[in-house]
Design a protein around this ligand. Structure first.
Ligand code: CUA
Length: 376
């Protein structure tokens, strides 16, 4: 049938209102296109930035067998997806251009219903594509879920708002925000939470796994090289979720064993007078630090609400991996913890305030800093 677009229509002069509307529409379209361009450019830059190998949390810079396996799955899926995308859109573009209506008088093309060969083909082809994606994915799921039998070290990682606790049950070591593991050895990490859902993620070593209250999850990881790896909570868990970080310190077996031996020792009683003053304040009802923190080897400091501080000075970072463990940063943290990690319990429960509801004085902070820095 012809004449669906009568050529005389175009000869009718549009009304003034309509022309105005057309101008408005084209302006709107122009602005929309401009906005879309800006958005796409922004997205492209964001994506490209994420690909940078220098990025300490890049999942593309794989440094362990688990992350490598997971990246391979990503590459397979991205490759198959790109192939399908190019094929489908190539055929679509070819068809749209090749069979377009060239003149208003063109007749409708023949209307065809059903083609057995084509239908069989486009059932089988996606099935093959799905199998190509499913095989490595399923293999990867089983690989990540089953630690190698030679894995000898288990770490219990517990999520707290907002820090990570690491226990080594076989070794009697408890630490926070800095997980040490030996190089080139499979390590099992048991994941728990004491409050809300968190997620344990060391991008270069293994994909994220949730830490769920009352439901233990497990993962395993292994690092090829010694060094420090960045970890991050990857499940929104409240105000300071973005500041819930940790580090994985990978070292040769001998260094790891030496670290374990140091961590197993009880804290030494400080000899320095200022540190001793800090110790006494820590244990006093004025500062009440002992109520939330454990310092092994002391009678009083047995709290488990906050990080175990027995060997606090041996850690490279403080405040859940947010600050380097330096004297100035420790002072800043004690002066105003809320400014470093908003909403944390130490601010809320006023542990940094003395019995009269007043903030700790400068001399008190100096004493606490001296004490904490003596806990090697
Ligand atoms: Cu813990 Cu987000």
């Amino acid at each position: 049938m012809t004449g669906r677009f009568p050529s005389q229509c175009r000869k009718i002069r549009p009304s003034f209102g309509r022309r105005l509307r057309n101008i408005e529409m084209s302006k709107f379209r122009h602005r929309s296109l401009h906005l879309l361009g800006v958005l796409l450019t922004g997205l492209l830059f964001t994506l490209l930035a994420a690909c940078s190998k220098a990025n300490p949390q890049s999942t593309f810079d794989t440094l362990g067998p688990v992350s490598r396996n997971q990246a391979t799955i990503l590459y397979v899926i991205a490759g198959v997806g790109t192939f399908v995308f190019i094929l489908v859109f190539g055929i679509l573009a070819y068809t749209v251009i090749r069979y377009r209506r060239r003149s208003p008088d063109d007749p409708d093309p023949p209307q065809i219903h059903g083609n057995d060969k084509l239908e069989v083909a486009w059932t089988i082809a996606p099935a093959i594509v799905l199998i190509a994606v499913a095989v490595p994915t399923l293999q990867g799921i089983f690989y990540a879920a089953n630690p190698p039998t030679e894995a000898r070290l288990t770490v219990e990682a517990t999520g707290h708002q907002w820090w990570f606790e690491f226990k080594y049950p076989e070794l009697g070591v408890v630490t926070a925000n800095e997980m040490h593991i030996p190089e080139d050895e499979a390590v099992i990490v048991e994941l728990r939470s004491v409050d809300v859902n968190h997620s344990f993620w060391v991008p270069k070593l293994a994909g994220k796994v949730d830490m769920i209250p009352n439901n233990e999850n497990r993962l395993w990881l292994q690092a090829d090289e010694s060094g420090m790896y960045y970890g991050q909570c990857a499940e929104f868990c409240g105000e300071s979720h973005a500041k819930m970080r940790f580090r994985v310190v990978v070292e040769p077996r001998a260094e790891f064993d030496a670290w374990v031996a140091r961590q197993q020792a009880a804290a030494a009683v400080p000899g320095d007078p200022l540190a001793k003053e800090g110790h006494d304040l820590f244990m006093s009802n004025q500062a009440r630090c002992f109520a939330c923190h454990t310092i092994a080897g002391t009678q009083k400091a047995r709290g488990t609400v906050g990080p175990n501080l027995t060997h606090f000075a041996s850690r490279q970072h403080l405040a859940a991996g947010n600050l380097e463990n330096t004297q100035e940063n420790l002072r800043m943290w004690l002066e105003d913890p809320d400014a470093v990690k908003p909403g944390n319990l130490m601010s809320r429960d006023a542990a940094v305030y003395n019995g009269q509801g007043e903030p700790l004085t400068e001399p008190q902070i100096s004493a606490l800093v001296a004490f904490l820095r003596s806990l090697e």
